[in-house]
Design a protein around this ligand. Structure first.
Ligand code: G6P
Ligand code: ZN
Length: 542
C-alpha cells in the first residue's frame, strides 16, 4: 500500500558539484532522505513504468537508503528498479548500467572520496538517461522542489532482499538485483586487449591496486586477478567496508601514501594504482614515478589508439579549466578538438554525447571516455595496462618520452581545507574585485598577462556558467588558478592550482614544488591566502 507522508522542507538540500553530500547524522534526520528523493522524483517527468538504476559505494547508511529509495520508487510509479547486489554499484558501473539497460535514470549513493562511517559523509546523486550526472537545469529544479516540498510518497513494504541476484515484485514494481561487476567487466573487455594484458602479467609484470576498502575492490579482484591473471594480492584492501577501514578513500599522495612509498621502494612493483570511495577516481604511479592526473590524461590520450576501443583515434579531448594544459599539446599534435570546461564531470556530458570529445580528464584524479558518462578509475588503470602491454616500456620511460615530445607541464595543487566559509568567500570577493587591474602588473618578478574569472559557454546547448574559478596567466605560459571546492561538507576548501610549462628536456627532472615555488609565492602575494585563511601552509599538496 502506498502512503502519502506530510513533511516540511529542509533549507539545505542544494546539490553541489556531485549531488547532495552531508554528514550521515544529517541524512538520518527524520524525512531528510525522503524529502530529497521525492524532490528528485518531482523534478523529473515521464518516468511512469520506466526503469531506475540504484546502487552505491557501500558506505555507512547505503543499505538503509537503498530500501527507502526502493519503497519510494514503487510508490512514485517506476516500473522497475535495477539494483546492484548488496546495494553496490561503482559510479562508472552505474553509469554503464543506466546506458546498457536504457534506464530512465539512476540514483547513486556516495560521497565519493569523503570518509564514511556513522560520523562520516553520505551522498545522493541523480544521473540522467545518458548515464551522466544531472545537468544544472535538473539539480536546480531538485533544489527548488526541496524548498517547497510538503509530502512524499512511499510504499509500505518489508525490506527487499538485495543480496540475492534475481527479480522480485515489490508493490507492483519489479526489483531486479544484478551482479554488481559483470556488466562493467564485459564493457572493459570490449575496450581493451585483455589477451595482451594477460601476456604482460605472464611475463612477470607486477602491479599493486589499492581499492582503499571501497567499492572498486570486487571489480579489481574480478578483472585484474580473475580475468587478467594478475597474481593474488595484486588487489589490496579489496573488501568494501562501511567506514573504509577508518581511512579517507581518496587516492592521492596523502591518503594513499603507503602505495606511493611502496612504489618508490627499490623492490617496487612495475605499476601502482588506486581508486576512491565510489570508483570513479584514479591514482597512477609507476616504479619511482608519480604521474599527475593532468599528465595521465595527456599520456592516455597520446597512446589511446593502442587499445582496441580507441584504435580509430580520438575525436577530441576535454579537460576542466584547472587541469594542466598537458593534454592541449597532444590535441594540437593530433589535430583534434580541445575543450576547456568548468570543474565537474557533468560538463563533459554534452561534448561526449555530441561526439566532440572521446577522452576527458580532470586534475582531481578523474579520467574517462565516451564509454560511460562518469569518470572511471579502473578504466584509466586498464588503459594504462593496455598501453604498457603494447609498448613494453616502463611508466617512467613512457613519461620521459612524452615530456620530450610535448614538453612538461609542472603542476601542483594546494588545498586549504575546512577554512571558515566567510573568510574564504571574502578572499575570493577581494580577488575578484582586483582582477581588472592585474593584467600588465608584475608580481614576484613575473608579469601578469591576463586575469579573469572563468566563464564557460557550452558549445552544444549554448548554456553559460560563470564564476568557475579565477585564472591568472603569466607571460611565458605559467598560470595560477584559485577556486573554492564544490564538494566539501564542512567549511570551505580553497584550492590553488599552479602550473608552469617547460619545453626543455634537460629540465624535465626537477622537483615540482621547487620549480613552482616562485608562482606559489606570487599566488599568496596576489590573493593573500595565508592572511585570509589564517593558515601558514596547505593541508594537502597533490
Ligand atoms: C568530484 C567531481 C569532479 C570534480 C571533483 C573536485 O569528484 O565529480 O568533477 O573535479 O569533485 O571538485 P571540487 O569542487 O571539490 O574541486
Ligand atoms: Zn568519486
Amino acid at each position: 500500500m502506498n502512503k502519502t507522508i506530510a513533511t516540511k522542507p529542509f533549507d539545505d538540500q542544494k546539490p553541489g558539484t556531485s549531488g547532495l553530500r552531508k554528514k550521515v547524522p544529517e541524512f538520518q534526520q527524520p524525512h531528510y532522505v525522503e524529502n530529497f528523493v521525492q524532490s528528485i522524483f518531482d523534478a523529473l517527468e515521464g518516468f511512469q513504468g520506466k526503469t531506475l538504476v540504484l546502487g552505491g559505494d557501500g558506505r555507512y547508511y547505503n543499505r538503509e537508503v537503498v530500501q527507502t529509495v526502493l519503497a519510494m520508487a514503487a510508490a512514485n510509479g517506476f516500473g522497475r528498479v535495477i539494483v546492484g547486489q548488496g546495494g553496490i554499484l561503482s559510479t562508472p558501473a552505474a553509469s554503464n548500467v543506466i546506458r546498457k539497460y536504457k534506464a530512465f535514470g539512476g540514483i547513486i549513493l556516495s560521497a565519493s572520496h569523503n570518509p564514511g562511517g556513522p560520523h562520516g559523509d553520505f551522498g545522493i546523486k541523480y544521473n540522467i538517461e545518458n548515464g551522466g550526472p544531472a545537468p544544472e537545469k535538473i539539480t536546480n529544479a531538485i533544489y527548488q522542489r526541496s524548498k517547497s516540498i510538503s509530502r512524499y510518497l512511499i510504499a509500505d513494504i518489508p525490506a527487499v532482499d538485495i543480496d540475492k541476484v534475481g527479480k522480485v515484485d515489490v508493490a507492483g514494481m519489479t526489483v531486479e538485483v544484478i551482479d554488481s561487476v559483470a556488466d562493467y567487466a564485459e564493457l572493459m573487455e570490449s575496450l581493451f586487449d585483455f589477451d595482451a594484458i594477460r601476456e604482460l602479467f605472464k611475463s612477470g609484470f607486477r602491479m599493486r591496486f589499492d581499492a582503499m576498502h571501497a567499492v572498486t575492490g570486487p571489480y579489481a579482484k574480478e578483472i585484474l586477478e580473475n580475468r587478467l591473471g594478475a597474481p593474488d594480492h595484486t588487489a589490496r584492501n579489496y573488501h568494501p567496508l562501511p567506514d573504509f577501514g577508518g581511512h579517507h578513500p581518496d587516492p592521492n599522495l596523502v591518503h594513499a601514501k603507503h602505495l606511493y612509498d611502496a612504489m618508490m621502494a627499490p623492490d617496487a612493483p612495475d605499476f601502482g594504482a588506486a581508486s576512491d570511495g565510489d570508483g570513479d577516481r584514479n591514482l597512477i604511479i609507476g616504479r619511482g614515478i608519480f604521474i599527475t592526473p593532468s599528465d595521465s590524461l595527456a599520456m592516455l590520450a597520446a597512446n589511446a589508439h593502442l587499445a582496441p576501443g580507441y584504435k580509430a583515434g580520438l575525436k577530441g579531448i576535454a579537460r576542466s579549466m584547472p587541469t594542466s594544459g598537458a593534454a592541449d599539446h597532444v590535441a594540437a599534435k593530433l589535430g583534434i578538438g580541445m575543450y576547456e570546461t568548468p570543474t565537474g564531470w557533468k560538463f563533459f556530458g554534452n561534448l561526449l554525447d555530441a561526439g566532440m570529445a572521446t577522452i576527458c580528464g580532470e586534475e582531481s584524479a578523474g579520467t574517462g571516455s565516451n564509454h560511460v558518462r562518469e569518470k572511471d578509475g579502473l578504466w584509466a588503470v586498464l588503459l594504462w595496462l593496455n598501453i604498457l602491454a603494447v609498448r613494453r616500456e616502463s611508466v617512467k620511460d613512457i613519461a620521459r618520452e612524452h615530456w620530450a615530445t610535448y614538453g612538461r607541464n609542472y603542476y601542483t595543487r594546494h588545498d586549504y581545507e575546512e577554512v571558515e566559509a566567510d573568510r574564504a568567500n571574502k578572499m575570493v570577493d577581494e580577488l575578484r574585485a582586483k582582477l581588472p587591474s592585474l593584467a600588465g602588473t608584475t608580481v614576484n618578478g613575473m608579469k601578469i598577462e591576463k586575469a579573469d574569472d572563468f566563464s564557460y559557454h557550452d558549445p552544444v546547448d549554448g548554456s553559460q556558467s560563470d564564476h568557475q574559478g579565477i585564472r591568472i596567466l603569466f607571460e611565458g605560459g605559467s598560470r595560477i588558478v584559485l577556486r573554492l571546492s564544490g564538494t566539501g561538507t564542512s567549511g570551505a576548501t580553497v584550492r590553488l592550482y599552479v602550473e608552469r610549462y617547460e619545453p626543455d628536456p634537460s629540465k624535465h627532472d626537477l622537483d615540482t614544488q621547487a620549480t613552482l615555488a616562485d608562482l606559489i609565492v606570487a599566488a599568496d602575494d596576489i590573493a593573500g591566502i595565508h592572511a585570509h585563511t589564517g593558515r601558514s601552509k596547505p593541508s594537502v599538496i597533490t
